[in-house]
Design a protein around this ligand. Structure first.
Ligand code: GN1
Ligand code: MG
Length: 663
């Protein structure tokens, strides 16, 4: 049985509350209501949490609650976006409001593979709710089984205005018969009434949208979504919402879902209105004072202690701060007391959805960095745990690693100047050079076919055919261009197979921001982000370096007119790279350097496009259509590189002659 996870619905606009209510501080240390909920969830046994958010809020989430939760939970994010095309012929271009809770859940379908508890980000349900659901979800027998926690109506009202609640009807076995939405609920002179003035039973059981579900519910939700589009949404495209309770209710009628109602005497707290905020905050702070909750829920610094304790080099943690760079792993800068003085470290949580073999990955990094260090080449310094391991597995089963922080270093950005580009190129070239005699076949292939462009092409084709989010129609031009190059895609792979291009230790992710330069001299210090070090071709490393630096603008630049090949930048990186190679290049490689750059830009564009079509499951996104924007920029770059082939070949030749780079 897969351990259940928590799914947080956090994309609501908070229209009545007036702001992003999920992120309002309530706890003694500024914690959000959600921190308390997740604290309860953690205590109950949950170790994985998925946030459904507005994509533009992802970085804010990562830097705040994401960083607080990192040592406790495996945290992932999914953006709730409106896919206009799947809703055609309804025009939703003017709609800003998310489409509702059931739609939010649908957006996360591909991230959920086992039982889960779905909660609202702005509701506090109390510890018992999570305990009950955890136990229930750990002991399921049928795929149709589900559960919910019900509260007494009287405990769920607001003093500051009316609320809507799902009224539950159950049979004698505590199975839910129906849940019906009642609006305008308010207490008036000790009587609770709905919008029509009907008196309500104070102890009536209501749903506060905390459900224990299984992936089988997606079939039901998808079916109901089709109905919703044809009916409610059609008549009210700007405001209609697709609610989870309505949807589950339809499943009850069809008998496709069987929901047990669990009751809690726990106190519910919520934040419908701005004024609710202060009373919730007071109550929670009181619980903290009484010791029901610790004063510092996650112990922001010390929360990392169980992980950092594993490293004997660290005596006391001073601070932990997130570093938000890179699309894959979560990274933190750790300041700590060591036996001698103070030192900084880089702590990383390995994204095991992308790197499914973290042990192989760490073995690669360990052997490559050791090899380089033995040669006297500067490299990342991996810290060992007290048990001599290159990684640490925490209680949630997450993999962590710790490096020494490289002091006095800077990371070049895409706007790096020519000297920085030369230095970055040189560092990547030198990386290849240092590892030229490393036994390449001993490396684990951590992501098979990582730069197998024809297979990347197949993945894209599949995504176009499946088109699960109906996004293909927003990427016509990109798809047309991406599919036009197909016959040439296997050039490097074929030559690697035939042995005409040597198989080398390849970094495989040579973005210019994956190198550290000296803050004093500007010279290259060392290459970082060694996750994808695998057997491959040197052309990939040269190509990806050019891809990420030649325009001088960001990978996701929206103004495609700015995606231009800057010959000076091209020359600077090329000259540096060839310099670093110290003449190890073979003539066959030399001939195809430019192709490497074209191919990498093109392949990266295809990967972003595939991820866009598949609903942003691989690359972290910061805004709606982020992957589409990235794809457009990278594919445009591939086109530009092809347009100026002649000029660029000349530059490469000049650098080759000058640097005497060919063996
Ligand atoms: C990812 O890890 P990071 O953010 O440096 C990706 C690269 C892409 C790059 C595009 C393991 O690199 O392959 O080229 O994004 N890494 C992985 O920015 O997929
Ligand atoms: Mg990487």
């Amino acid at each position: 049985m897969t351990a259940p996870m928590i799914v947080v619905l956090a994309a609501g606009l908070g229209s009545r509350y007036g702001g992003i209510k999920q992120m309002a501080p309530v706890g003694a240390r500024g914690e959000w209501l959600l921190d308390f909920s997740l604290y309860d969830a953690w205590q109950a046994g949950f170790r994985k949490v998925l946030f459904i958010i507005r994509p533009e809020l992802q970085s804010s989430f990562e830097e705040t609650i994401g960083a607080r939760l990192a040592p406790y939970f495996d945290v992932t994010y999914v953006g709730q976006t409106i896919e206009h095309d799947t809703l055609m012929p309804i025009d939703l271009s003017k709609r800003n409001k998310p489409l509702g809770t059931a739609h939010a859940l649908l957006c996360a379908k591909y991230e959920i593979s086992g039982p889960f508890v779905v909660i609202n980000a702005d509701d506090y349900y109390g510890p018992e709710a999570y305990e009950l659901l955890y136990q229930k979800l750990m002991h399921l027998s049928e795929a149709s089984e589900a559960a919910m926690v019900a509260f007494s109506l009287k405990d769920t009202l607001s003093k500051y205005g009316t609320v809507a609640r799902g009224l539950c009807k159950t049979n004698e076995e505590n199975r839910l018969i129906s849940v019906s939405e009642r609006n305008g609920l308010v207490r008036c002179n000790d009587v609770i009434m709905d919008e029509f003035g009907t008196e309500m039973i104070p102890d009536a059981r209501v749903s506060m949208n905390i459900w224990g579900l299984q992936p089988s519910c997606f079939e039901l939700i998808e079916k109901e979504f089709e109905n919703f589009k044809k009916t409610l949404l059609k008549s009210n495209p700007l405001l209609a919402e697709f609610y989870l309770p309505t949807c589950l209710n339809a499943g009850l009628v069809d008998k496709t879902i069987n929901i047990e109602v669990l009751s809690t005497t726990g106190q519910w707290l919520g934040m419908t209105y701005l004024e609710d905020h202060e009373s919730a905050a007071q109550r929670l702070r009181k619980l903290q004072r009484e010791g029901i909750y610790p004063q510092e829920l996650w112990q922001v610094n010390t929360g990392f202690e169980p992980i950092l304790d594993a490293y004997s080099a660290i005596k006391q943690v001073e601070s932990v701060e997130p570093i938000t760079r890179g699309h894959i792993n979560s990274t933190y800068k750790v300041q700590a007391k060591t036996a001698l003085d103070e030192a900084n470290f880089v702590l990383q949580k390995i994204n095991t959805q992308v790197f499914t073999n973290p042990v192989g990955l760490m073995t690669n990094i360990e052997s490559v960095t050791k090899y380089m260090a033995d040669l006297g080449v500067r490299t990342l310094e991996l810290m060992e745990t007290s048990c001599d391991s290159a990684y640490f597995i925490d209680k949630a089963g997450q993999y962590w690693r710790l490096y020494k922080y490289v002091e006095n270093s800077v990371v070049p950005s895409e706007q790096a100047d020519l000297e920085e580009l030369f230095a970055a190129g040189e560092a990547f070239g030198h990386f290849q050079y240092a590892l030229r005699d490393f036994p390449v076949h001993t490396l684990d292939v951590v992501i098979p076919n990582f730069h197998h462009t024809p297979k990347r092409f197949l993945q894209l084709s599949q995504a176009i055919t499946e088109n699960p989010f109906g996004r293909a129609q927003w990427a016509y031009e990109e798809i047309a261009f991406a599919t036009s190059l197909e016959p040439e895609l296997d050039r490097i792979i074929k030559q690697l197979d035939a042995g005409t291009i040597p198989l080398r230790v390849t970094h495989n992710d040579t973005k210019v921001n994956n190198v550290l330069l000296s803050a004093n001299s500007g010279k290259g210090l060392c290459v970082i982000d060694l996750d994808t070090v695998m057997p491959g071709s040197l052309l990939y490393d040269y190509g990806d370096g050019i891809r990420s630096s030649v325009t001088g603008v960001a990978e996701d630049e929206e103004n495609l007119d700015l995606i231009q090949v800057d010959f000076h930048r091209f020359e600077a990186f090329t000259a540096g790279f060839l310099n670093g190679l110290e003449g190890m290049l073979t003539p066959v490689e030399a001939e195809q350097l430019l192709w490497g750059a074209i191919l990498m830009s093109y392949e990266c564009g295809m990967r972003f496009l595939t991820d866009y079509l598949m609903g942003d499951v691989y690359f972290k996104v910061k805004k709606t259509e982020h992957n589409l924007l990235r794809a457009k920029a990278q594919l445009k770059l591939a086109k530009e590189l092809m347009t100026y082939q002649e000029e660029l070949e000349q530059i490469i030749n000049r650098c080759l002659i000058r640097g005497g780079a060919i063996k």
